[in-house]
Design a protein around this ligand. Structure first.
Ligand SMILES: [Zn+2]
Length: 321
């Protein structure tokens, strides 16, 4: 995809790599400036105002786009950044207090908010405004289309389909009609905030059966790959996703066992549960809150067709808004 000489490239970034190796993409100096501009607009749309404020950047600094994107965006609208990265919560709280920050990129509510639109936020493609009625797409930088995943044809404006992105101002790489796999719709009405850019609805799911949990897209095939490495595991499993009291995503795994002693031997069950949680975390990025062992043949078995769409193996009990 790279369109320029290596000497023109200034940054590499990539996906989280949960389904294998990270997909890499590249940026020139101009791309970084454009990226900063989009994220600056995003910060503006959610209420940050230039100068006099500290923007506390708690997101991850790494290959994924969140950390650096918002760092650059904050500079673009003349905010002061505190680049703390992940962890050390107490130190963060003290810094927030001492420097009297006016806005944060690290509180749980902000992370929760970001998680809802995580697949769109990284490269600064779209963002909610203060009205919270869908996401504004910066149409002078991005072209968004909405298609029927099976036929590839446009769906009528307002109807649900798969989002397809074209980067209009990208210099280092050519990204033309990139199929996101995200299900949403283009909102035909204009936004009460007065911004005239195209709006899309919150992402409602994935065409490939993946489901977003705490900002990570997980697939039942990934869970299957991990679980079936263990001989103690039986034939069927089910991932159940719901929300805890704070509204944060919570993942539980119901699992048939081939070794029935796991059902009544508490110590053995707890040890095995811990091993499974660690293995799942390293692949999914998310740690299941609980693993429930159940009798063999007590969960629905998935047919080949259903395996493709994960409907039997992923149960989403979150409230949809
Ligand atoms: Zn708006």
């Amino acid at each position: 995809m790279v369109l320029v000489g290596k000497e023109e490239l200034r940054q590499v970034y990539g996906t989280t790599g949960t389904t294998g190796k990270p997909t890499l993409t590249f940026a020139t100096k101009r791309d970084l400036d454009m990226w900063a501009e989009r994220n600056g607009r995003n910060l503006g749309a959610i209420g940050f105002r230039p100068r006099g404020g500290y923007f506390y950047e708690g997101g991850g600094y790494g290959l994924a786009t969140g950390g650096f994107g918002y760092h650059y965006g904050a500079h673009h609208i003349n905010l002061t950044v505190i680049p703390t990265g992940i962890g050390r919560m107490q130190q963060k709280l003290e810094l927030m207090e001492d420097l009297k920050i006016t806005g944060t990129g690290g509180s749980s509510s902000f992370i929760l908010y970001m998680a809802r639109v995580a697949s769109l936020l990284g490269p600064g493609m779209a963002c909610e405004c203060e009205r919270k009625e869908g996401l504004h797409v910066w149409s002078d930088h991005m072209l968004v289309e909405c298609i029927d995943s099976d036929t590839g044809e446009w769906v009528p404006e307002g109807e649900a389909g798969e989002l397809v992105w074209t980067f209009l101002v990208s210099e280092a790489v050519g990204i033309i009609r990139y199929r996101s796999g995200d299900l949403s719709r283009i909102m035909p009405e204009s936004c009460p905030c007065g911004r005239t850019s195209v709006r899309i609805d919150n992402v409602k799911g994935r065409v490939d059966g993946g489901v977003s949990v705490g900002g990570f897209t997980i697939f039942s095939s990934q869970v299957e790959d991990v679980l079936f490495r263990f001989k103690e595991v039986g034939s069927n499993f089910r991932c159940v996703i719901d929300s805890d009291q704070k509204g944060l995503d919570r993942l539980a795994v119901d699992l048939e066992v081939s070794d029935r002693s796991l059902l009544y031997d508490e110590k053995k069950g707890a040890d095995f549960s811990k091993r499974l949680k660690d293995s799942l975390q390293s692949v999914l990025g998310v740690t299941p809150k609980t693993i429930n062992f159940v009798e063999p043949d007590s969960l629905p078995a998935a047919t080949d067709d259903q395996l493709k769409t994960s409907t039997v193996r992923i149960v989403d009990r979150r409230r949809k808004d």
